[in-house]
Design a protein around this ligand. Structure first.
Ligand code: FO1
Length: 327
């Protein structure tokens, strides 16, 4: 069975670990979000690709869900001693090596997809990991930064990098707009559209619908390729009991006018794209609303508390895909 998964960071990576357990013989292609990528200290950092690669390759910091296990921060401390920032983004020594290798290869002319393949030669994630595009796409968030003591609307409105919004500001101000800068001109990376066209099923893990899956779908050709593939497309809600399972997805959902509920996220994807949707058992009351939108829906436990739970979720998604196929 050929499975294509669109993945962001932690939620996508943990779901993939469950999927590999649930379908060990499947041929899995992961299309990774690169809208979170950021250039720091002259290096190209790809948080979501690395989170998938480290998680499936056994090198992830399990508590954080991102970055390397057994990490040290000597390099960052030295940079701080020179007054060189930013200091709000935690890059560890082991992680730095990945960014150095990636940046060297990119500077030598290799596209990001080839670089990712080379990095995966070491980590052996057991899936084919492809960035959504080899072209530079950067998610920016429009915010109004509070201005000390002045009138309520006197703050400065500006667009900041997604990581600055997410990590430095901790999404503490409303996101007024989310823009995947460069997406309109971008092309899917080699292998992306081919994998979609050859897939037996396409899965949307419980990743952020706006800044992870939404950004991947913003690359021209990917949304259309999935909609036209004629195979079951099944997603898992990242919202449980009207709140994001992890992270601050509600902040960016508000920016695109979508309420933070499992049903609203399904409607946001729409029946033109999505055939099946899993909501958590606490949201069983929303099954009818999702089905009324033309999307087959089931309520199952969706908390990825451990690998077994993630594997059960993956099995439920594949079962729903079979139901859709047989319908
Ligand atoms: N998230 C944080 O909350 N704080 C950090 O300092 C941080 C550093 C970091 C370094 C490398 C990396 O691959 C990921 C990192 N993340 C960090 C996670 C990341 O910013 C986001 O959670 C994802 O981009 C969202 O998918």
């Amino acid at each position: 069975m050929r499975i294509v998964v669109l993945a962001g960071g932690i939620g996508g990576a943990r779901f993939l670990r469950g999927l590999k357990r649930a379908a060990p013989d499947a041929d899995v292609t992961v299309i990774g979000n690169t809208g979170d990528d950021i250039h720091l200290f002259g290096l190209k950092v790809c948080p979501d690709l690395d989170t998938v690669m480290y998680t499936l390759g056994g090198g992830i910091n399990e508590e954080q869900g991102w970055g390397r296990a057994d990490e040290t921060f000597h390099l960052k401390e030295e940079l701080t001693a020179y007054g060189v920032g930013p200091d709000w983004f935690g890059l560890g020594d082991r992680d730095f090596a990945t960014h150095i290798v990636r940046t060297q290869m990119l500077s030598a002319g290799y596209p990001l997809s080839a670089v990712t393949e080379a990095l995966c030669d070491r980590w052996k994630p057991g899936v084919r990991l492809i960035p959504m595009s080899d072209d530079r796409i950067e998610t920016h968030v429009a915010v109004t930064l509070p201005d000390s003591g002045a009138t309520p609307d006197s703050g400065e409105r500006k667009a900041i990098h997604f990581q600055e919004y997410w990590v430095r500001l901790r999404a503490s101000v409303p996101a007024e707009a989310v823009v995947p800068v460069g997406a309109e001109q971008a092309k899917p990376a080699p292998g992306v559209l081919e994998a979609i066209a050859e897939a037996d099923v396409v899965l949307f893990p419980p990743s952020n619908p706006v800044v992870s899956i939404g950004t991947i779908l913003a690359v021209p050709g990917i949304r259309e390729g999935i909609a036209d593939a004629g195979v079951p497309v099944v997603g898992l809600s990242p919202i449980v009991g009207d709140a994001p399972v992890r992270g601050m997805a509600d902040k960016v959902l508000a920016a695109v006018g979508v309420e933070s509920t499992a049903a609203a996220v399904a409607e946001h994807y729409g029946s033109g794209l999505l055939d099946g949707w899993l909501v958590d058992t606490v949201d069983a009351g929303s099954v009818e609303r999702v089905e009324a939108a033309g999307i087959r829906c089931r309520a199952v436990p969706l908390m990825m508390t451990d690998l077994d739970a993630a594997a059960r979720m993956a099995r439920e998604a594949l079962t729903l895909a079979e139901e859709v196929r047989g319908a």
